[in-house]
Design a protein around this ligand. Structure first.
Ligand code: HEM
Length: 335
């Protein structure tokens, strides 16, 4: 009798374990992840619509490719890829647009608005603003001559923003390399991701205020950053004086500022990286140095790693299933 009940308990226990495992597996596969075909039935024209509006905007202003690529990054590093960066201030929401990395700097919001309004006409309440950012980043990269990749989709939009997250999680151009590495690690991104994604600085512009310190007083001793090519530094000083000219713009890659290629790395090797955060990839860590040197001579390797790292970045803490919402207007929550 005792033996029979013992057997019964064992079978019951085994059944519970199997059931729990199956249920958990079910949880993993029901909405907790992103996949490229997410809108295939609900909005089959979604990616086509995004692409045509991004293409129009980039033709009008080539820099827009860079600005849209950066928006996805600034979105994903704050509360995950949930379009929190797009919210304007209202009620209890303090917009991330006011944070140090974004103020007078982040741009492209009007293009996202235009895409969203076209998508609402085609398939209302369906395509998230967070997915628009991910698609626009990919399309921008391709339009500028960079690699392509399939964009996993199915993100939903946040119900709030985090200005402190924006101030603290997004690396600053004068952060030390260990700080930048930590900020990437906290998002699940490694040294390959850091060096490959920094290659985004092959397109776009920086304001004088983001690199002035390197020209005059890098470590607080009144001396410039000697890892910066001094011929290049002299040119930069012409339009980036000790004081004033804060908003003056400079290409992040002066050789081919609107072309997505590996010149960013070739520049760094020659001491021509514009931001301190660019140059220290070569000078402060042997692993990142090796990657910079490899990408400088192997564009294909850079493109391959960049595409993989963009998918990884796009997977940072998405809202899925019934979490968050699909905003009707990307600048504000629905209610
Ligand atoms: C590694 C740490 C990074 C730092 C410290 C950094 C910092 C900066 C700074 C200071 C600027 C110039 C902003 C201004 O002066 O207005 C900039 C521009 C830019 N960043 Fe980064 N960035 C980093 C990584 C990334 C990543 C991972 C991406 C994309 C995946 C990215 C994409 C861009 C683009 C495309 C621009 C040009 C934007 C435009 O022209 O509108 N950056 N970044």
């Amino acid at each position: 009798m005792a033996l029979i009940s013992m057997k019964f308990i064992m079978v019951a226990l085994l059944a519970t374990v199997i059931l729990t495992t199956l249920c958990n597996a079910g949880k993993v596969y029901t909405g907790g992840y992103l996949y490229p075909q997410f809108y295939d039935h609900s909005c089959p024209k979604a990616s086509e619509i995004v692409n045509s509006i991004v293409a129009k905007a980039v033709t009008k202003e080539p820099r827009m490719a860079a600005s849209l690529l950066r928006l996805h990054f600034h979105d994903c590093f704050v509360k995950g890829c949930d379009a929190s960066v797009l919210l304007d201030s209202s009620g209890t929401i303090i917009s991330e647009k006011r944070s140090n990395p974004n103020r007078n700097s982040a741009r492209g919001f009007e293009v996202i608005d235009e895409i969203k309004s076209a998508l609402e006409k085609e398939c209302p309440n369906t395509v998230s603003c967070a997915d628009i950012l991910a698609l626009a980043a990919r399309d921008s990269t391709v339009l500028a001559g960079g690699p392509s990749w399939e964009v996993p989709l199915g993100r939903r939009d946040s119900l709030g923003a985090s200005i402190s997250g924006s101030n603290h999680n997004i690396p600053a151009p004068n952060d030390t390399l260990p700080t930048i590495i930590t900020k990437f690690k906290l998002k699940g991104l490694d040294l390959v991701d850091l060096v490959a994604l920094s290659g985004s600085h092959t397109i776009g512009q920086s304001r004088c205020t983001s690199f002035r310190q390197r020209l005059y007083n890098q470590t607080g001793n009144g001396l410039p950053d000697f890892t910066l090519n001094q011929v290049y530094a002299n040119e930069l000083r012409q339009r980036c004086p000790r004081s004033g000219g804060d908003q003056n713009l400079f290409p992040l890659d002066f050789v081919s500022p609107t072309k997505f290629d590996n010149h960013y790395y070739i520049n760094i090797v020659a001491g021509n990286g514009l931001l301190s955060s660019d140059e220290i990839l070569l000078t402060k860590n042997s692993v990142t140095m090796e990657l910079v040197k490899q990408y400088a001579v192997n564009n294909g390797l850079f493109f391959d790693h960049f595409a993989k790292s963009m998918v990884k970045m796009g997977n940072i803490a998405p809202l899925t299933g019934s979490k968050g919402e699909i905003r009707k207007i990307c600048r504000r929550v629905n209610h």
